[in-house]
Design a protein around this ligand. Sequence first.
Ligand code: AMP
Ligand code: GLY
Length: 424
Amino acid sequence: MKVLIIGSGGREHAIAWKVAQSPKVDKIYCAPGNAGIAEYAQCVDIKAMEFEKLAAFAKENAIDLTVVGMDDPLVGGVVDVFEREGLRVFGPRKNAAILEGSKAFSKDLMKKYNIPTAGYENFEDAEDSLKYLREKAEFPIVLKADGLALGKGVLICNTLEEAEEGVKTIMLDKKFGSAGNTLVVEEFMTGREVSVLSFVDGKTIKTMTSAQDHKRAKDGDQGLNTGGMGTFSPSPFYTKEVDDFCEKYIYQATVDAMASEGREFKGIIFFGLMLTEKGPKVLEYNARFGDPEAQVVIPRLKNDIVEVFEACVDGRLDEIDLQFEDNAAVCVVLASDGYPVSYEKGYPIKGLDTFKDKDGYYVFHAGTAFKDGEIVTNGGRVLGVTAKGADLKEARANAYKAVQWIDFDNKYMRSDIGKAIDEA
Ligand code: AMP
Ligand code: GLY
């Protein structure tokens, strides 16, 4: 088989690494890819939003399966373009990717089908939202831009003044662009956050092992929100009891709700859950692997991932026995100092070869490029260093050992990824 992967981050590197292990696969392409992905795949200079060019490339090169890693092309309808051209593609169509693409849609869906989530109101008019905030709201309260905003469109407001400022930021100043045309005002919840990713074939859902992300830039969950500074898997807080509850009220219920709406979902559903005092609730849905959740979940997957992708596309996921290793993994993101605000790029990266002969240690490239024959930093998140261990503590110790093998000029990382394990 020839496989094309769409995307260029650490998540796509983890996908490419796993696809490369499939005995079914002879050749991998990645558009646009990065310097690490180039080890497994031929990188193609087409951007993820150039749907027609991507489909033309897939046709010309007789690609058997395309895997879409990123949210933007999914929400924009890349799968529909590929299907129209008769190409096999793994991911939700546009009418299903809306599960991630519109928070107002996903909230209405959960309400209609009784899927546990925080209380909310949607607003298309700033004045209406301000009236609601002044007359009815309890603080803290959460404001969310409806559309995709690189994980930054969520504001937690402690006072009415902050909320008024938030409405201005999202709806009037349009800081997140058209993502802020609709505003979701949501009840503030507290509890542990857990991510559960799943494969879905339209009817059947198979969940993967759990994971937990660290979204803030600095230790102790301080600083600005980022794409994710590190992850661990499994989450010790995702107990059998929590799993049973989610199986009963959340996972299949979401897949069935989408099918009932005529929006059959095929691909990955990522459930962002909060374990509240009143039980697990859905914080958000994503329509793709998480980044860097993929970097801890995929290395623990025992199956041939290409077989699982194909089963989803063909609607026969019920035939797959999805299995994960009985161990743990921790990923620490090495970023450019200053991320997510401003940072320098182009610094040579040393020590990448150290990972080559080490079992259970992986360096997934997020923002890297080739320059004069060297691999250099080329983004805010540069690398994700993942290590496995028999348990979470061992995996964490291994990951923090491995980050020392890498060196570049403005290397920055959090030192407390997985610290929550100690509280479990
Ligand atoms: P989201 O993009 O919806 O996952 O939101 C990003 C982050 O904001 C989440 O990971 C939570 O930490 C926080 N958050 C979102 N919604 C709520 C809520 N209703 N209550 C408390 N925190 C929230
Ligand atoms: N790490 C969070 C996400 O991929 O959305």
